[in-house]
Design a binder for this molecule. Structure first.
Ligand code: TLP
Length: 348
């Protein structure tokens, strides 16, 4: 199968598996797993933050970051297209009693500064307290767009001036840094905390790391335990993360290049339009004009029977994500298959 549903589907390489199999481990709840400690230290260094915390997923990283900053009834400003709002099962509300205050995401993944300023609540006795701002980089639902350092710096400054914490859902922060041609630690210089995922384009099987100030990570560690996320001999999986950070960051540029080639090929096919200014990084969003009586579900099924899996994002839109397990030949096959099926499914 050529699986374009997400970069989460990547499989560990043979060398990564070897590194995992030979990892030295201990009990990480006692903070005695040398491999986890090494991953957390390495991650913090890469992000230019004081400390790191290894977690099972990006969702848990964002949740723990928010719970470490907020009390029940507090408010978090986030984009209305953010992953934290759409795809994290309402965890902050369900488990923390925290209110998301959503503001419109612009097509470039940002939130207007004026909107943020207007949303920050004052001392009025009727109002809940604003504690935090969460931004996303790259921004998934805005097309995998990389949000600039200038913007992150500006919001970081604003957050500081209002005694708020700025957290970045950086599930794909390395894709952003590569696209923007900036060191990742520069990109997140003015933010308080960042979660990044090892199990997306970086190709590790499990895990994310939350980085930030030491006292914040101390609180986050306790909350992770409270959520049942304390892991024991987690060095086995942390070793996959160390391998990924050592070997798989620079190659993300290949995924971006393949996304360009894929988009260039597909846009020539009648009935296919590039959507959300694709490709921004490793995601190609398509908008399709279907012939009468034909539906995206039927096309989806036919692609599947031809060995191609895609992600559906609406009744006429789909997302194709390039990653470690997609090669140049796959790109040719995908374009060829779409071209063949277009005559049957799409308007010419
Ligand atoms: N995103 C997944 C799905 O959940 C939609 C994907 O296939 O793109 N932040 C962002 C920006 C993400 O895209 C994701 C995963 C997460 C957080 C959550 O990471 P995990 O899956 O590790 O909980």
């Amino acid at each position: 199968m050529i699986d374009l549903r997400s970069d989460t589907v990547t499989l560990p390489t043979d060398d990564m598996r070897k590194a995992m199999a030979s990892a030295i481990v201990g009990d990480d709840v006692y903070q005695e797993d040398p491999t986890v400690i090494e991953l957390e230290k390495m991650s913090a260094e890469i992000m230019g933050k004081e400390a790191g915390l290894f977690l099972s997923s990006g969702t848990m990283g964002n949740l723990v970051a928010i719970l470490a900053n907020c009390q029940r009834g507090d408010e978090v400003i986030m984009g209305d297209q953010s992953h934290t709002f759409h795809y994290e099962v309402g965890g902050v509300a369900a488990l923390g009693g925290v209110m998301p205050h959503t503001l419109p995401n612009q097509p470039d993944g940002t939130i207007l500064i004026d909107h943020i300023l207007y949303a920050i609540r004052g001392e009025d006795i009727h109002e809940q307290t604003t504690k935090m701002i969460v931004l996303e980089n790259t921004h998934n639902r805005c097309g995998g767009v990389a949000v600039s350092k200038a913007y992150l710096d500006q919001v970081g400054e604003l957050a500081r001036n209002h005694h708020l914490s700025l957290h970045i859902d950086g599930a794909r922060i390395f894709n952003a840094a590569i696209k923007l041609k900036v060191e990742v630690k520069e990109l997140v210089e003015k933010v308080d905390s960042v979660t990044f995922c090892l199990s997306k384009g970086l190709g590790a099987p499990v895990g994310s790391v939350l980085c930030g100030p030491t006292d914040f990570i101390l609180r986050a560690r306790k909350i992770r335990k409270q959520l049942g996320g304390g892991m024991r001999q987690a060095g086995i999986i942390a070793a996959g993360g160390i391998y990924a950070l050592t070997h798989h960051i620079d190659r993300l540029v290949d995924d971006h290049q393949r996304a360009i080639e894929l988009a260039n090929g597909l846009k020539e096919i009648p009935g296919i339009h590039l959507h959300l200014k694709s490709p921004q990084t490793n995601m190609v969003f398509l908008k399709l004009d279907f012939q009468n009586q034909k539906s995206i579900d039927q096309l989806h099924e036919r692609l599947r029977s031809n060995g191609i899996l895609v992600g559906l994002t609406g009744s006429s839109t789909m997302r194709l994500v390039t990653h470690l397990d997609i090669n140049d030949n796959d790109i040719k096959k995908i374009i060829h298959c779409f071209s063949e099926l277009s005559q049957e499914f799409l308007m010419s």
